[in-house]
Design a protein around this ligand. Structure first.
Ligand code: MG
Ligand code: MG
Length: 436
C-alpha cells in the first residue's frame, strides 16, 4: 500500500496545528441485531489521515519540535483471527503504514495521560461521540491529578475537524484517482440500469442490477442507500423502499453511487421505463438538463459554491413559467421562492469520503470560492405533484439529473460523464438493451 498520501496529510495537519496533540479515533463497530454487526467502515477523518481500516484504532498526532504519528490498534490474536480474520497488530501496522510508533489499543488510557501531559492544546472532535468525550475527560483528569508532580493538562481544547474539513475540501491526486474510478464504476451501473429496465420489473430488481455492478467492479458498498423511484415515487426525494413495479409510460429516477476505498460517487439519472420519453416528460427533462448545463458552465475557479445553484435556478424558474407551472415574472418567482413547490433542494454539495462531504460552504458571510481539486455534485431537479392548478400532463413527473464535477484550472471535469443524459442518447442505450 502506498502510505505517502496519508503521511503527507498528517504532516499538513501537524503544520496547521502548530502545537499540541491531536486524538482521532476511528468509528465504533455497530450492532445490526443480536450477534450480527453492520459491515464495518472506518471513520472518514481517521481513514483520511491513516489509511488504516481496522476497528478499535486511534491515531495520535503530536505537533511541535518533534512531530510524531502514533497508532493505537488491536493486538494480533490467533484465536480471534480464526473467527474474524487478519489483524495487523501494532508492530506490523507501524511497518506497513509508516507510523512513527504503534501500541496496543489496550494501553491507550494509560498512555493518553502521559501523552497529554504538558501539551498546550488538545485537538479533538468534542461532541462527536459521548463515549469518547467521557474517555478524553477522564484522561485530562488523570493528568490534572498529577498537578503536584508538575504535570499540566492542555489549557485549550480545539476542534480538530476545523483544519481537517478545510484540508478535505481540496482533493489530492490519490483521492482524485479513487473518485474517478468510483464515478466510472457508478456510471457503468447506471448504464446497466438503463439497459435492463422494462415495464413489469420491480424497483428492487433494478437496485440489484446497480449493486451487482458496484460490487463486481470492486466497490465495497453503495455510498448511500440507492433511490430507485418509479413514477410518482420520484417526487419523494429520499424514497428508498424500492418495492414497486415499474409501469409502462412512467419515468424511473435512480440516485445511486458506489463507494470505493471509502470514497463516494453520487449520480442521478431519470429515464422512461419503456425506453421512450413522452412529450410532457421530455419537456420537463430537457428543462432540468438545460438547468444542469447552466450550472456546470458556472463551475470554475473563482466562482463561488452558490453560483451553479443560482444558474440552475434561473433556468428552472424561467422554464416553469414557460410551461405554465408558475405565473408571474422571473424575478418575482425567484424573489418569492414560489419555484420551491417544484424545486425544493439545492443544486449540489461537496463530495468525497462522505457523500455529503466535509468542508465549509461559507467563508464568513460569503459563499466559499471554488478552487481546483474541489469535487461537488450538480443535481438540479423538478418534482411535480398532482394539483388542480398544475397542467395534468405533468402530474407525478419527478426528474433529477446529477453528476460529479471536479473543479479544474480551466473550469470543471465531469467525472461521471459516462452515463448518457440527452433524450436521444438515453433512448439509444435503452433500445440497445432491448435488442441485446
Ligand atoms: Mg444523489
Ligand atoms: Mg447528491
Amino acid at each position: 500500500m502506498n502510505t505517502s498520501p496519508f503521511s503527507a496529510r498528517c504532516t499538513r495537519l501537524i503544520e496547521r496545528m502548530g502545537a499540541g496533540i491531536a486524538i482521532i479515533p476511528t468509528a465504533a463497530e455497530q450492532l445490526r441485531n443480536r450477534d450480527s454487526q453492520r459491515p464495518y467502515r472506518a471513520d472518514s477523518y481517521f481513514y483520511y489521515l491513516s489509511g488504516f481500516g481496522e476497528s478499535e484504532a486511534v491515531l495520535v498526532l503530536i505537533a511541535g519540535a518533534s512531530p510524531k504519528r502514533i497508532l493505537f490498534c488491536r493486538d494480533k490474536d490467533a484465536d480471534k483471527e480464526i473467527w474474524d480474520g487478519f489483524r495487523w497488530g501494532p508492530d506490523a501496522a507501524r511497518e506497513a503504514f509508516g507510523f512513527d510508533e504503534a501500541y496496543s489499543i489496550k494501553t491507550l488510557d494509560a498512555k493518553l495521560a502521559e501523552l497529554l501531559a504538558d501539551q498546550p492544546v488538545l485537538w479533538f472532535s468534542l461532541g462527536h461521540e459521548a463515549a469518547w468525550d467521557a474517555r478524553i475527560a477522564a484522561a485530562l483528569n488523570a493528568v490534572r491529578a498529577q498537578a503536584r508532580a508538575g504535570k499540566q493538562a492542555p489549557a485549550e481544547i480545539r476542534d480538530v475537524r476545523a483544519p481537517l474539513d478545510n484540508m478535505r475540501l481540496i482533493k489530492d491526486a490519490s483521492e482524485i484517482a479513487t473518485m474517478r474510478r468510483a464515478a466510472a464504476i457508478s456510471a457503468g451501473a447506471h448504464c446497466r440500469a438503463m439497459r435492463t429496465t422494462q415495464p413489469g420489473r420491480f424497483e428492487y430488481e433494478i437496485e440489484a442490477e446497480l449493486l451487482h455492478e458496484f460490487r463486481v467492479h470492486g466497490c465495497q458498498s453503495p455510498a448511500y442507500t440507492s433511490i430507485v423511484a418509479g413514477g410518482a415515487n420520484a417526487c419523494i426525494l429520499h424514497y428508498v423502499v424500492n418495492d414497486q413495479p415499474l409501469k409502462d409510460g412512467d419515468l424511473l429516477l435512480i440516485d445511486a453511487g458506489g463507494e470505493l476505498d471509502n470514497y463516494a460517487s453520487d449520480i442521478t439519472r431519470t429515464f422512461p421505463v419503456n425506453g421512450r420519453f413522452s412529450g410532457p416528460q421530455a419537456d420537463i427533462y430537457n428543462l432540468v438538463l438545460a438547468a444542469q448545463s447552466a450550472a456546470i458552465a458556472a463551475i470554475k475557479p473563482g466562482a463561488t459554491f452558490i453560483d451553479p445553484h443560482n444558474a440552475a435556478l434561473k433556468t428552472l424558474a424561467q422554464g416553469m413559467l414557460d410551461l405554465k407551472l408558475l405565473d408571474g415574472s422571473l424575478d418575482g418567482v425567484i424573489e418569492s421562492e414560489t419555484y420551491k413547490r417544484f424545486y425544493m433542494h439545492r443544486t449540489g454539495h461537496w463530495l468525497g469520503l462522505d457523500v455529503h462531504d466535509a468542508g465549509p460552504y461559507k467563508d464568513g458571510e460569503t459563499w466559499h470560492s471554488l478552487q481546483p481539486g474541489m469535487v461537488l455534485t450538480v443535481e438540479p431537479g423538478c418534482y411535480i405533484r398532482p394539483a388542480d392548478d398544475v397542467p395534468a400532463a405533468f402530474h407525478n413527473i419527478g426528474i433529477r439529473i446529477e453528476d460529479d464535477a471536479l473543479v479544474t484550472a480551466a473550469g470543471c471535469d465531469i467525472i461521471s460523464h459516462a452515463v448518457p443524459k440527452t433524450v436521444a442518447d438515453i433512448e439509444a442505450l435503452m433500445a440497445e438493451g432491448k435488442r441485446g
